[in-house]
Design a protein around this ligand. Structure first.
Ligand code: AMP
Length: 209
C-alpha cells in the first residue's frame, strides 16, 4: 500500500499515519519528524531548516524533495509507505509524481483528514510531545508533563505557539490545501471526517481503503 495523508496542522495526520502504517507493516515517513530530528542533531540540513520550522514556514522544496527522493529509491519503499507532511505544495506534488513514475511506482490512496480551524487551533495549543519517545498527547492536568508511554518529559513544540499556529494554518490554506483537488483529479482521494475519537477516525480511514 502506497499512501499519503493531507490535512491542516492539528488534523491528526501523524497519529493516524502511525497507527495505519503499523497495521499494514509499512514505513511511516514524516518529513516534519525527520526535519525536527535533523535540527536536534544540528546537521547541515537541520541548521538550514531550523528557522523555517520554528516559525511555521515551509522549508525550501529541494531540502524535502531530496529526503523523499532518497527514500523512494531505497529498497524499503518497495513494500509500500505512508507519507505524512509531504507533499506540501504543488511543486513538491509534481516532483513526487515524476519520482514515482521513474521508480515504476504509483500512489494507491491519498487520505484527506478534515477538521475545522477552531478544532485544529485547540488541539495544537494543547499538544505535547515526549522528549524521549516522541509520542504526542493532548495536555490534561491529571497527566501533567509526564509521558504516559515512557514517563519522559512532555514538551510543547516551538511551532505549537499561538502566533505560529495561525501562520501554519494560513500556509496550509494557501500552499497545501490545493493538493486536495490535485489528488481528487487523480481519483485516489478519500475525505475523512477528523472529529470524534482517535479510533473512530482510524476506522473511517480503514473503511476508505
Ligand atoms: P509537521 O510536523 O508536518 O507539522 O511539519 C513541521 C514543519 O516542518 C512545517 O511547519 C515545515 O516547517 C516543515 N516541513 C515539514 N514537511 C515539509 C514539506 N514537505 N515542505 C516544506 N516544509 C516542511
Amino acid at each position: 500500500m502506497k499512501m499519503l495523508v493531507l490535512g491542516a496542522p492539528g488534523a491528526g495526520k501523524s497519529t493516524q499515519a502511525k497507527k495505519i502504517s503499523k497495521k499494514f507493516d509499512i514505513p511511516h515517513i514524516s518529513t516534519g519528524a525527520i526535519l525536527r530530528n535533523e535540527i536536534k542533531q544540528k546537521t547541515e540540513n537541520g541548521l538550514k531548516a531550523k528557522g523555517y520550522v520554528e516559525n511555521g514556514k515551509l522549508v525550501p522544496d529541494e531540502l524535502v524533495i531530496d529526503i523523499i527522493e532518497n527514500f523512494i529509491k531505497s529498497e524499503v519503499a518497495g513494500r509500500g509507505f505512508f507519507l505524512d507532511g509531504f507533499p506540501r505544495n504543488i511543486t513538491q506534488a509534481e516532483k513526487f509524481s515524476e519520482m514515482l513514475e521513474k521508480a515504476g511506482k504509483s500512489l494507491d490512496k491519498v487520505i484527506n483528514i478534515v477538521v475545522d480551524n477552531g478544532e485544529a487551533i485547540n488541539r495544537l495549543g494543547l499538544r505535547r510531545t515526549c522528549k524521549d519517545c516522541q509520542q504526542t498527547s493532548i495536555y490534561n492536568q491529571v497527566q501533567g508533563d509526564t509521558c504516559r508511554n515512557c514517563g519522559g518529559q512532555l514538551l510543547k513544540r516551538k511551532d505549537d505557539d499561538g502566533k505560529v499556529i495561525r501562520h501554519r494554518l494560513k500556509v496550509y490554506d494557501k500552499e497545501t490545501h490545493p493538493l486536495v483537488e490535485y489528488y481528487r483529479g487523480k481519483s485516489i482521494l478519500a475525505d475523512i471526517k477528523g472529529t470524534g475519537t482517535l479510533e473512530e477516525v482510524t476506522e473511517r480511514i480503514l473503511e476508505s481503503l
